[in-house]
Design a protein. Structure first.
Length: 132
């Protein structure tokens, strides 16, 4: 079942971004902005398509991706993630797995929060499924 969700999410992202003929380019580890050339309006369309195609109610980009944090300083002067930032991520985005947060802490790369996998994890979480 999880493989079907993976495929559906990848197809949905490909459709929104006009990559239907390049589905292999849309991988779970793809950054929607940097790798797939998505723009802010595409996040709105992706959220709408999740509602329509998967049947999840009231999806907004802010529920899936921590868009409000992209401009914030996530890390303290010593390089560690600020405690309040990690708390906010865990509270508002329970679908983001610990592995992703660990990667964020170790690489200080905010872009890990905007991967196709985060969208897939949101759908899995909303459907009450378990990730593999």
């Amino acid at each position: 079942m999880l493989a079907k969700v993976d495929e559906k999410v990848r197809e949905l992202v490909a459709d929104v971004l006009g990559l239907q003929d390049d589905l292999e380019e849309v991988r779970l580890e793809s950054d929607i902005v940097d790798d797939l050339a998505g723009e802010s309006i595409d996040f709105v369309d992706i959220a709408f398509q999740i509602e329509q195609e998967i049947g999840l109610p009231k999806v907004s980009p802010e529920k899936v991706f921590p868009v409000g944090l992209i401009e914030e300083e996530l890390f303290a002067a010593d390089g560690s993630m600020r405690v309040e930032v990690e708390s906010e991520l865990r509270e508002k985005y329970p679908h983001i797995p610990d592995e992703t947060l660990k990667e964020l802490r170790s690489t200080a790369n905010k872009r890990v929060l905007f991967r196709v996998a985060v969208l897939r994890d949101f759908v899995v979480h909303q459907l009450g499924m378990k990730s593999e």
